[in-house]
Design a protein around this ligand. Structure first.
Ligand code: NDP
Ligand SMILES: N[C@@H](CC=O)C(=O)O
Length: 429
């Protein structure tokens, strides 16, 4: 009888995702051999705090604080990086690839900024570098884009890319929960990044848009190319007004391949409550993709959390195992063969919802309207919502306008004495 093939792996990190990977590998023990033709064995796990990690595994001797135990072990063929952050993760990944190991990661921070360099190292070494979990958690999206949809020119993608902020907005809008309480709950559920600023300021979603846009448009888009705005300025009043307008506020990521260049952005948006994205709640994510052959597609699932993310990581591990067995590692590497310019955000067109407090006297509304008009901003609706002594709250909805023209108008309005405060500006889908 042929000897059973065992593929040994090393893992960097045993936090939310690492623990999920450990559990999923364990639950797949019986099926691995018939499914893959080999068994996967987790040989070493790198952590900082050994006691904490030892309590999570059956055999504490697999936990180490020494990276060399993994990098210098010739038996380890796959390294799973789930520690997060740029360094030392970057150096460890490059060292593993140069040591002839395949690498799987969930680290969007790294892939969004250094993907090109890491994929070049993987190619040089003829090894796999897979990162399915880095975009939209458990939703299969990188592989579908790079493989199943490879026959398309993908022109546009849009979606909800961050579980933490979607969870917070859902709790604020459906249960009236305070922002801080909802964030704490998301952290307890294991959805948030180690520093949740990355979630609430839109950086995490921006990283995912960069990674997915690179795969979809075959042209490198880095995190630095993506315009990002988070949800920290969204208030209960904005959510209430959105509801009155039949809309829901979501943090959306949008990327388009246009003749003037690639546009890539993340910001809150009011969308019609009947739009499918408006019904994506809690830690769920959803991505819409448009290709010239397939037309519209939609992907939906859990965007964060222990087991959904582990599902994507272990799927990548299994893919590498198959490549090792068929001697074809490095099969799907960098697919960015175009070099498209990035469109400046000021040139992108958006519709806006603006809420402001203005002096409640004759002529003020006309002055506001003329500032918009003089800056090429056309008003679709202007409503006076409530009067508070000397001031009135007004809401303006604009038609589609170049963002730089809108910014010019806001600058002027912000400096006018008759305007007490511009409380919020939110784009409208
Ligand atoms: N949480 C989620 O839902 C998702 C997370 N991701 C990504 O997965 C990665 C991991 O996230 P998550 O599991 O939530 O993070 P955690 O903070 O829960 O876990 C990080 C783990 O890495 C270890 N670690 C961190 N730095 C080092 C270091 N320098 N040397 C050794 N070990 C280290 C930590 O060890 P110790 O505890 O001992 O300090 C801990 O075990 C990140 O890149 C994240 O962006 C991707 C998709 C979803
Ligand atoms: N913090 C991220 C985790 C998954 O990528 C999120 O909330 O989406």
């Amino acid at each position: 009888m042929a000897e059973e093939r065992v593929i040994k792996i090393g893992m960097l990190g045993l936090g939310t995702v690492g623990t999920g990977v450990y559990k999923v590998l364990k639950s797949q023990q019986e099926e691995m051999l018939p499914k893959l033709g080999a068994r996967v064995e987790l040989k070493k796990i790198l952590v900082r705090n050994v006691e904490k990690a030892a309590a999570k595994v059956d055999d504490p001797s697999i936990v180490t604080m020494n990276f060399e135990d993994i990098a210098n072990d010739p038996e380890i063929e796959i390294v799973v990086e789930v520690m997060g952050g740029k360094q030392p993760a970057m150096n460890y990944i490059l060292a593993c690839l140069d040591a002839g190991k395949n690498v799987v990661t969930a680290n969007k921070d790294l892939v969004a900024s250094e993907g090109k360099k890491i994929l070049a190292a993987a190619k040089r070494n003829g090894k796999d570098f897979l990162y399915e979990a880095s975009v939209a958690g458990g939703i299969p999206i990188i592989r579908p884009v790079k493989q199943c949809l490879a026959a398309n020119h993908i022109t546009e993608l849009m979606g909800i890319f961050n579980g933490t902020t979607n969870f917070i907005l859902t709790k604020m809008s459906q249960e009236g929960m305070e922002f801080g309480d909802a964030l704490r709950l998301a952290q307890d559920m294991g959805y948030a990044e180690a520093d949740p600023t990355a979630d609430v300021e839109g950086l995490d979603a921006g990283r995912k848009v960069a990674i997915l846009a690179s795969a979809a448009f075959n042209s490198r888009v880095t995190f630095e190319d993506v315009y990002t705005e988070g949800i920290t300025k969204i208030t209960a009043t904005d959510i209430q007004y959105a509801k009155e307008m039949g809309c829901t506020i979501k943090l959306l990521g949008v990327a388009k391949d246009t003749p003037e260049g690639i546009e890539a952005r993340v910001h809150p948006m009011l969308i019609d409550s009947n739009h499918p994205l408006a019904t994506v709640n809690d830690s769920y994510n959803a991505v819409f993709l448009t290709g010239d052959a397939v037309q519209d597609t939609m992907f939906y699932g859990r965007g964060a959390g222990e087991l959904p993310t582990a599902s994507a990581v272990v799927g990548d591990i299994f893919d590498v195992v198959r490549n090792i067995l068929w001697n074809c590692c490095g099969r799907i590497g960098c697919t960015c063969y175009r070099e498209c310019p990035i469109k400046r955000v000021g040139e992108i067109k958006s519709k806006y919802f603006v809420r402001m407090q203005i002096e409640n006297r004759y002529g003020t509304l006309a002055s506001v309207a003329s500032v918009f008009g003089n800056n090429k901003v056309s008003i679709a609706q202007m409503l006076q919502k409530r009067v508070n002594g000397k001031y009135a709250e007004i809401v303006v909805i604009t038609d589609e306008v170049k963002e730089r023209h809108f910014e010019d108008a806001m600058q002027i309005l912000g400096g006018m004495s008759m305007i007490q405060e511009i409380s919020s500006t939110i784009r409208v889908y």
